[in-house]
Design a protein around this ligand. Structure first.
Ligand code: DON
Length: 299
C-alpha cells in the first residue's frame, strides 16, 4: 500500500533521539513509526504503529487556540498573543520587549498565555473545556495520561518561569499555578496518529469534522489557526518547512507531526526521535515525502 511504502522508505532514518527532558517521554520506544491520512469524505487510511497512543504535547496548541478564538474572538486573542514567528526554540522566552506579549501561540510562552484565556474556575474546569474541544476535533473522547502529566509537572520549572513572567506583564489574569497545570494537562492528552489526522482534517475542511460531520469551529477560526500553523507551527524551522513541505503543520515533543492540506487532506505522522528543533525526524520526513508525491505543496 502507498502509505506502507512511504513508511518503508523512511524507516532506515534513525537519527535523533526521543525528548529527554520529560522522563516519561525519554522512555518511548524510538522505533515506533506511524502515518495517517484523512480525506474529504472522512475516509481514514493508516499505516505502521497506528494503534500506539502517545501524548499530544505541543500539538494541543492549535486546538486550544481554536477554542480561544471561537469563544473570545480574534481581536481579544491576538491582543494578548502575537502572530509573528519568533525564530527561536519552542521554550525560549520570546516576549515582545516592553509589552511582554508572547510572539505567537505556538511557542510555549504564547501557548500558556492562550490557555490562560480559556474560561474556568479552576484547573479541572479549564481542562474539561480544552479536552471537550480536542475531542470534537478528533471525533472521539480523549483523556489525560496522568503519569505523563505528573512527570511534566514535576519537571516543568521552565514553563512555570515563563508563566510568572507573563503574569508580571499582566498577561495572566488568574493564578499562575492553575494556568500552568492546565497547560501541562492539555499537553498530556493521549492520541493516536489517526486522531491527529482527523484533527488536522477538521482544520483542512474549514472546522467541520469530515468523519463525524459535526461543525467544531467556525470556518474563520479554522483559517486563523491554520495560518498561524503555517508561519509558526514548526518553531524555528517553520520557514524551511514551508519551503520544503508547503503545508501548515504542528509538531510535538512526543514525536508527532500533523499537517493540513486545505480542502484536501489531514495528515499525521509519529516517530519519537527528534531533531535539534524538537521536531520528529521521521514524521517530518514522511510528511515531506507525501507532500512531494501527492503534489500537496500549496505554493
Ligand atoms: O511545554 C513543553 O515542554 C511540552 N509540553 C510541549 C513542548 C513541545 O511539544 C515542543 N514541541 N516540539
Amino acid at each position: 500500500m502507498l502509505l506502507e511504502a512511504a513508511l518503508d522508505d523512511i524507516r532506515p532514518r534513525t537519527s535523533g533521539a526521543p525528548a529527554g527532558y520529560i522522563p516519561e517521554l525519554a522512555d518511548a520506544d524510538p522505533d515506533r513509526l506511524a502515518l495517517a491520512v484523512v480525506g474529504p469524505r472522512g475516509r481514514v487510511i493508516t499505516a505502521g504503529d497506528d494503534h500506539v497512543e502517545f501524548t499530544i504535547q505541543s500539538m494541543s496548541k492549535p486546538f486550544v487556540l481554536a477554542l480561544a478564538l471561537q469563544t473570545m474572538g480574534r481581536d481579544s486573542v491576538f491582543g494578548r498573543v502575537g502572530a509573528e514567528p519568533s525564530g527561536e526554540p519552542f521554550n525560549a522566552i520570546s516576549l515582545e520587549p516592553g509589552t511582554g506579549r508572547p510572539a505567537n501561540p505556538m511557542v510555549n510562552a504564547g501557548a500558556i498565555a492562550t490557555t490562560a484565556l480559556i474560561a474556568g474556575e479552576d484547573i479541572d474546569q479549564r481542562t474539561a473545556r480544552v479536552i471537550e474541544m480536542m475531542s470534537a476535533f478528533a471525533g472521539r473522547s480523549l483523556w489525560v495520561d496522568e503519569a505523563v502529566y505528573r512527570s511534566k509537572s514535576a519537571t516543568g520549572d521552565r514553563n512555570r518561569a515563563l508563566a510568572h513572567l507573563l503574569k508580571s506583564y499582566g498577561h495572566i489574569a488568574g493564578r499562575v499555578d492553575d494556568v500552568v497545570e492546565s497547560y501541562f494537562r492539555q499537553c498530556s492528552v493521549l492520541v493516536t496518529v489517526r486522531d491527529l489526522a482527523v484533527m488536522a482534517a477538521t482544520l483542512a475542511f474549514g472546522g467541520r469534522n469530515p468523519v463525524t460531520g459535526d461543525r467544531v469551529v467556525d470556518e474563520r477560526v479554522a483559517r486563523d489557526v491554520t495560518s498561524i500553523m503555517a508561519s509558526c507551527g514548526m518553531y524555528d524551522f517553520s520557514g524551511e518547512w514551508l519551503l520544503r513541505v508547503g503545508l501548515p503543520a504542528k509538531s510535538g515533543v512526543s514525536g508527532g507531526v500533523l499537517a493540513v492540506a486545505p480542502s484536501q487532506f489531514g495528515v499525521a505522522a509519529f516517530s519519537p526521535r527528534l531533531d535539534e528543533h524538537g521536531n520528529s525526524v521521521r514524521a517530518s520526513a514522511v510528511v515531506e515525502m507525501l507532500s512531494e508525491r501527492f503534489g500537496m505543496h500549496l505554493l
